[in-house]
Write a protein that binds this ligand. Structure first.
Ligand SMILES: [Fe+2]
Length: 327
């Protein structure tokens, strides 16, 4: 059985996808993109890092851009429900011979650095420094008026293995894509902790790699507006796919690439998934409405390109099946 019932009493409680840390080559150029164009707020800037958040976020950061020689993803961050959960998490990863360390991380309380079974770097914590809410400081909202981080989406060489790992940690499946083989094989999964379609998604591909991270906007008009802004402010070539509406998740979306090629999805309008008996929705790989409800296929770059995790070796994907690709 590739898909199984949810684990409703996990070994420790993850609340949600919380932040991402990326290596970038030119912080000033990244600032021009993320702050001046997209409208994220800079909570803090140092000589080697830029800490960003959306307008409703009280956590100090949801995106950390750190100066590096080349693009890389260095941490996928998840917030836990308590300090006790953090201790339980450390014991759980340690018992499986996965890395366990507690480095000092700026603006965060005790932080567990570890990795999943495929090597993806994880950062688990309970407490983060807080910043004043900017939600109703409307005059300070710019660009796409991004509200918050929503999800992390990764390529994995083994979707079944990634699904099994996070299902054990209480991530619940909302939608999935299968091949039409007999028996069918998992091609992609969308899994959540916080009660919408996903905190974490996986797609079959050379990996593990970060495919994109998703940020939430208040409405589709914010996404249409940022298309006009990017098209007229020197960022036209950074628009990769969309705007459109996904079949999977029902979300309205736009995919853009930052100056280092990291992919960001502007995302809104998915749905509530808190019911414990919610049945996941199955899609087939060749369904033209899976990628985009309106039938438009994704470009080849969307299936091929992603951000490598620093120091994590890549593996060829287990499945050779190919989705529908735009010419
Ligand atoms: Fe996404």
């Amino acid at each position: 059985m590739p898909v199984r019932p949810p684990v409703l009493d996990p070994p420790f409680r993850i609340v949600r996808a919380s932040h991402i840390e990326l290596g970038v080559r030119d912080l000033a150029r990244s600032r021009a993109f993320y702050v001046d164009c997209l409208g994220l707020l800079a909570t803090n800037e140092t000589a080697d890092a830029l800490y960003l958040r959306g307008v409703e976020e009280r956590n100090h950061h949801s995106i950390v851009l750190r100066k590096a020689r080349g693009p890389a993803a260095t941490a996928l961050g998840f917030k836990l429900a308590s300090e006790d959960d953090l201790d339980r998490a450390a014991a759980w990863f340690g018992a499986r011979n996965l890395p366990v360390s507690f480095p000092e991380v700026p603006y965060q309380g005790r932080t567990l650095r570890t990795a999943d079974a495929l090597g993806m770097p994880l950062e688990l914590y309970f407490k983060m420094d807080q910043a004043p809410s900017m939600l109703q400081r409307y005059a300070a909202h710019q660009g796409a008026r991004i509200q918050r981080i929503d999800h992390l989406n990764c390529f994995t060489p083994d979707v079944q293995a990634s699904y099994d790992f996070y299902a054990d940690l209480g991530f619940r499946l909302t939608e999935y894509t299968e091949t039409e083989d007999t028996p069918a094989k998992l091609w992609a999964v969308w899994m959540h902790r916080k009660g919408n379609v996903h905190d974490l998604a996986f797609t079959n591909g050379l990996g593990p790699r970060l495919h994109h991270f998703g940020v939430w906007t208040a409405g589709a008009l914010d996404i249409l507006h940022i298309c006009d802004v990017m098209a007229t402010s020197g960022w036209l070539a950074n628009m990769e796919r969309g705007p459109g509406r996904h079949g999977i998740s029902n979300a309205f979306f736009l995919y853009v690439r930052d100056p280092d090629g990291h992919r960001i999805e502007l995302f809104t309008s998915d749905y509530l998934t808190v019911d414990p008996d919610l049945e996941p929705i199955r899609w087939t790989l060749r369904d033209p409405q899976r990628q985009t409800l309106w039938g438009h296929p994704a470009p080849k770059s969307w299936f091929d390109e992603g951000t490598e995790f620093a120091g994590v070796p890549l593996r060829e994907p287990a499945l050779a099946a190919q989705p529908i690709v735009a010419r």
